[in-house]
Design a protein around this ligand. Structure first.
Ligand code: UDX
Ligand code: UDX
Ligand code: ADP
Length: 482
């Protein structure tokens, strides 16, 4: 029986290992983490992450061939294949701060693997890392190994949160990079045999190590670039009277471009896009390619611009001030069907409105009150460092200005404006007449995800702003300066 151990029971490690266990009954999978609470949650009825379909998969395998444990060293020592799926946040201090990946967790995992191993192992990079990390990890492993053989593979994960189980069941591709030596090729084959139990052979791509590592950064950069491209167009659409939905449909009909991932929004979020692009920018700079670095940096700049633009639009429309006005925030997660708030555009938008002294009433179906207060109290980059965090409470000033409530109607009650930050399905079918009746007048809706039917809402009496769509007469009279 092949034994797999995955270090890191997060958004990537947890679902990925659960699906491997489900699809490969003859493989024994242990997911280990130093965070005891996380492991306890994986072993309970309330899993630590919300992901459609995940509960089912875990229930089918847990206790059979899928185990969650804090006994990191024991399971690593027993495994044939060790996946490393620890967090790789952006460095906040020192060389490359704000850009380079912080490999502290990775390095300590690698040292631990070298320390406890008594038999040969395949070590698989699962978390996104800078190109050439494998080489560094190989050095740590071989220098501390007491003669044990390690083969390092890069097997980047392409799942998206909210659709993780679907993506894992039916991936566009599985990418495995390894050394071009006979031992490297054997290791690639061993991992390929695992995926081949459910993924068609022609979707399992094998490359050298560096191509696999770079492909992950490149894929995320290309995806984010599409969003920044359509978001840049959305600003021009508002200025000219074009409709971004019509423009992106027309553009996406070109098969060379394709229709997916062209939804204009208040900005992209999530743990990957910004981090991976910053990382790419840093790698370019380190390799003497400032023009390439500058090119990719623009993708992030447009994303920040889009969030600022949204805040400015809200404030400008409401007579240039939101001080002491209640504003409802619907949705806080970085996208629908997840409770994850890492890099969510809602953080920057809320902070912008708080900076203008607004009073916020926030509702999200999956994000906890505690998480929202923490996110709004943290400074940029801090939220990606769970292990470094001190137990903290929100700053008192933020806490006074922010309430977190249990449904959309309560959030909107008595509010002057309502901002939609996440495209949760339930926001499409709210009783907006009821919401309107309970709001201050004029009542504003700022749709950051283009989920509501603006014409219907205008019939009710709302002043509506939708990203990239022709502006109301009201909004035209109150121009926002980005
Ligand atoms: C992303 C990649 O899709 C995935 O392949 C990689 O493994 C990890 O990073 P994820 O961040 O989970 O996945 O979600 P994704 O669906 O890519 O969305 C990222 C952000 O872009 C979200 O905030 C989403 O709302 C936004 N987005 C996405 C848009 O604004 N418009 C779109 O058309 C698509
Ligand atoms: C382009 C558009 O494709 C077409 O839809 C529009 O109507 C006019 O402009 P054209 O300029 O004739 O058409 O050729 P195209 O095939 O798009 O190539 C443009 C340039 O891009 C060429 O120099 C081509 O060599 C280059 N190219 C194209 C690449 O370098 N790499 C590619 O992957 C594709
Ligand atoms: P991702 O989204 O990439 O899965 P997460 O932050 O959700 O990232 O998960 C990473 C997990 O890795 C965290 O639960 C963290 O506790 C765990 N982790 C970090 N370092 C180690 C380590 N040395 N040993 C075991 N687990 C670790």
């Amino acid at each position: 029986m092949v034994k797999i151990c995955c270090i890191g029971a997060g958004y990537v490690g947890g679902p990925t290992m659960a699906v491997i266990a489900l699809k490969c009954p003859s493989v024994q999978v242990a997911v280990v983490d130093i965070a005891q609470k996380r492991i306890e949650a994986w072993n309970s009825d309330k899993l630590p992450i919300y992901e459609p379909g995940l509960d089912d998969v875990v229930k089918q395998c847990r206790g059979k061939n899928l185990f969650f444990s804090t006994e990191v060293e024991k399971h690593v020592a027993e495994a044939d294949i060790v996946f490393v799926s620890v967090n790789t946040p952006t460095k906040t201090t020192g060389l490359g701060a704000g850009k380079a990946a912080d490999l502290t967790y990775w390095e300590s995992a690698a040292r631990m693997i070298a320390d406890v191993s008594k038999s040969s192992k395949i070590v698989v990079e699962k978390s996104t890392v800078p190109v050439k990390t494998a080489e560094a990890i190989e050095k740590i492993l071989t220098h501390n190994s007491k003669g044990i053989k390690f083969q390092i593979l890069s097997n980047p994960e392409f799942l998206a949160e909210g659709t993780a189980i679907q993506d894992l069941f039916n991936p566009d591709r599985v990418l495995i990079g390894g050394r071009e030596t006979p031992e490297g090729q054997d290791a690639i084959k061993a991992l390929k045999d695992v995926y081949a139990q459910w993924v068609p052979e022609d979707r399992i791509l094998t490359t050298n190590l560096w191509s696999a590592e770079l492909s992950k950064l490149a894929a995320n950069a290309f995806l984010a670039q599409r969003i920044s491209s359509v978001n840049a167009m959305s600003a021009l659409c508002e200025a000219t009277g074009a409709n971004v939905i019509e423009v992106s449909y027309a553009v996406g009909k070109d098969t060379r471009i394709g229709p997916k991932f062209l939804n204009a929004s208040v900005g992209f979020g999530g743990s990957c896009f910004q981090k991976d692009i910053l990382n790419l920018v840093y790698i370019c700079e380190c390799n003497g390619l400032p023009e390439v670095a500058e090119y990719w940096k623009q993708v992030i700049k447009i994303n920040d611009y889009q969030k600022n633009r949204f805040v400015n639009r809200v404030v400008a429309s409401m007579f240039n001030t939101v001080a002491k006005k209640k504003i409802a925030i619907l949705g806080f997660a970085f996208k629908k069907d997840t409770g994850d708030t890492r890099e969510t555009p809602a953080i920057d938008v809320c902070k912008g409105l708080l900076g203008d002294k607004a009073e916020l009433s926030i509702y999200d179906p999956q994000v906890t009150e505690d998480q929202i207060h923490k996110d709004l109290a943290l400074s940029k980059f801090d939220w990606d460092h769970p292990l470094h965090l001190q137990p903290m409470s929100a700053s008192s000033s933020t806490e006074k200005q922010v309430t977190v409530v249990g449904d959309a109607y309560e959030a909107a009650k008595g509010a002057h404006g309502l901002c939609i930050m996440t495209e949760w399905d339930e926001f499409k079918t709210l009783d907006y007449k009821k919401i309107f009746d309970n709001m201050q007048k004029p009542a504003f809706i700022f749709d950051g995800r283009n989920v509501v039917n603006a014409d219907e809402l205008r019939e009710i009496g709302f002043i509506v702003f939708s990203i990239g769509k022709p502006l109301d007469a009201w909004l035209k009279d109150m121009p926002a300066v980005a």
